[in-house]
Design a binder for this molecule. Sequence first.
Ligand SMILES: *Cc1c(COP(=O)(O)O)cnc(C)c1O
Ligand code: SF4
Length: 374
Amino acid sequence: MEHWDDAKWQLKNRINTLAELEARISLTDVERAGVLLAGSKLAMSITPHFFNLIDPNDPNCPVRRQVIPRLEEGWTAPEEMADPCGEDSHMPVPGLVHRYPDRVLFLVTDRCASYCRYCTRSRVVSGVGEQQLETQWEAAFQYLERTPQVRDVLLSGGDPLLFSDAKLERILTRLRAIPHIEFVRIGSRIPIFLPQRITPELCAMLRKFHPLFISIHCNHPKELTTEVHDALGRLADAGIPMGNQSVLLKGVNDSVEVQRTLVHKLLRCRVRPYYLYQCDLINGSSHLRTSVSKGLEIIEGLRGHTTGYAVPQFVIDGPGGGGKIPLNPDYVLERNEGRTLLRNYEGETFEYPEPTPAPAEALASLREKSSCCH
Ligand SMILES: *Cc1c(COP(=O)(O)O)cnc(C)c1O
Ligand code: SF4
């Protein structure tokens, strides 16, 4: 198509309405109802690029479930929340989340190229939900300037790469001017939703701000198309290290097979799997959440069986504001003062003893031996 490769064309031609959606695929009743509900919760918007990955003949297509709303979204389970990670209560300045001692999450926009139905920030993202994101730019920069313990700033939102090159450059320049900020990263799903945005000009601008990392968000191997592979290659060639944050989603990527294919494809795109998130307790997400044991089973199925670089850390963001908490299969069977009893990925057990200090007599006799040789 004529303008397919142009990010502006992709954004202008997003699928935002029920009519636009139904003109392209036949929806199930559950989806049609979901689309009608979405307008007052989290908007629907799908780039033509991402929409193209949907299998129109498969109502359980893993791409479809991520971006086409469903009726179940309207049901709020008792355990669910509008702000499951307790971000609003950790903002010293509106838009700036300072939970950990040395790093901050800077929410710079409420817009994304497409909207993920399980978005943990759906309370503010897309502009139709119950709250508005009101980032106080100047107050946030001033907070960072006077808070020397912050050495790491994570730009997120929403999706920072929706900004123009010029606007991003202004933000990065201001951050880079702060001497104690050692490390900047951008969290973005644009390389997946809108690879056309990753232009050579963008990459040339970003590379001026090293060390700059990018965390992408990819959940299923189908998302890593040739266009995405090339976009990620341009970022990697600009010297930008990349990690992937994926969300464990029921019916999307909740099997060892899908996750293995995903992590292998990511490495081939020069992206290191970083976190695998247990889905946050966001309102209307129960149909997309799995049990915690599913995540542990996936890690168990990867660790040791494949390249260490391919294995993400499984985490739960502690509900209400606990931050990321790592979960691992139980490789430690027993631990006491004398030894640790372990099992490996194949289930064999091993014992690792604590160090035995050299006895005084042994050291004395060694000392004697060493002195007689001079
Ligand atoms: C995830 C997150 C970070 C970054 O955490 P890392 O483990 O360093 O990637 C920082 N602040 C907040 C509030 C976060 O949610
Ligand atoms: S790209 Fe990120 S911020 Fe945007 S809707 Fe998806 S999960 Fe939410």
